[in-house]
Design a protein around this ligand. Structure first.
Ligand code: ADP
Length: 244
């Protein structure tokens, strides 16, 4: 295990980075879905500020809008109104391609189901996003091995997803999500599909990795005990974000 799991992007070498700005600001975000005659205001002025390095739980009942919020915060969906500012960059008037580039470089996602590529090994699943980002293969493999070993999978590098347990699959998915050293990790019920002991282990591993890497995270979960271990808890009420 290493202390520093951050990623040395050669383009950043020598750049002095001001630390003051919050990593993510949601400012009066709105998002509605229209289905037939019905209009559902899922987000109705949701605001929150996530500081750099903060690991926050998002707790709310099913249907409250957790996934919608994570999709909007993660630049996968545009809000109807309001502003999402990521690391000082307001995103509402960016082009789709600029949003995609920002998302690729700055944001990692973990879902309830691992969505690993079944025909590739654990190692390859973590190497691939780095190659897509333009990293050389040797460095990508080194990084993938380091991350998987940190996550306790050093003896599983060559296993395919079907040869891994549910908890191991999720840990590979976590390694893949942080492979390109995002600033923000968004996890949508990452342990919702696991038995309680495994869920607890995967959750603890995920948050330890977030803290070791200094990244900010929003973790949607129904598990109040696990949520209690994070820096803050937010919930969705009437389409707004409030402290839980
Ligand atoms: P959660 O993640 O908290 O379970 P979601 O964000 O998935 O909540 O959904 C919030 C509400 O928005 C739900 O009522 C859901 O049915 C509705 N919804 C989500 N996505 C869509 C969509 N693409 N089209 C129509 N309604 C949607």
């Amino acid at each position: 295990m290493t202390d520093d799991l951050s990623f040395d992007d050669p383009a950043d070498a020598g750049a002095a980075e001001p630390q003051a700005a919050p990593l993510l600001v949601l400012d009066r975000v709105t998002r509605a879905y229209v289905q037939g005659e019905t209009r559902i205001e899922v987000l109705a002025g949701a605001s929150a500020t996530i500081e750099s390095g903060e690991v926050v739980a998002l707790i709310a009942p099913s249907g409250a809008g957790k996934s919608t919020l994570l999709h909007v915060a993660g630049l996968l969906e545009r809000p109807d109104g309001g502003e999402v500012t990521l690391d000082g960059t307001a995103t509402s008037h960016l082009s789709d391609s600029a949003r995609t580039a920002l998302r690729r470089n700055q944001i990692g996602f973990v879902y309830q189901f691992h969505h690993l590529l079944p025909e590739f090994s654990a190692l390859e699943n973590v190497v691939l996003p780095q190659l897509i980002r333009g990293l050389g293969e040797r460095e990508a493999r080194r990084r993938a091995e380091e991350l998987l070993t940190y996550l306790g999978l050093g003896a599983r590098l060559k296993h395919r997803p079907a040869e891994l347990s549910g908890g191991e699959q999720q840990r590979v998915a976590i390694a893949r999500a942080v492979a390109n050293a995002p600033r923000l990790l968004l996890a949508d019920e990452p342990t919702g599909n696991l038995d309680p002991d495994t869920a607890s282990h995967v959750f603890t591993t995920l948050t330890a990795l977030a803290r070791a890497s200094g990244l900010s995270a929003i973790v949607a979960t129904h598990n109040l005990d696990l949520a209690a271990t994070l820096d803050r808890r937010l919930t969705l009420r009437d389409g707004g974000l409030v402290e839980a």
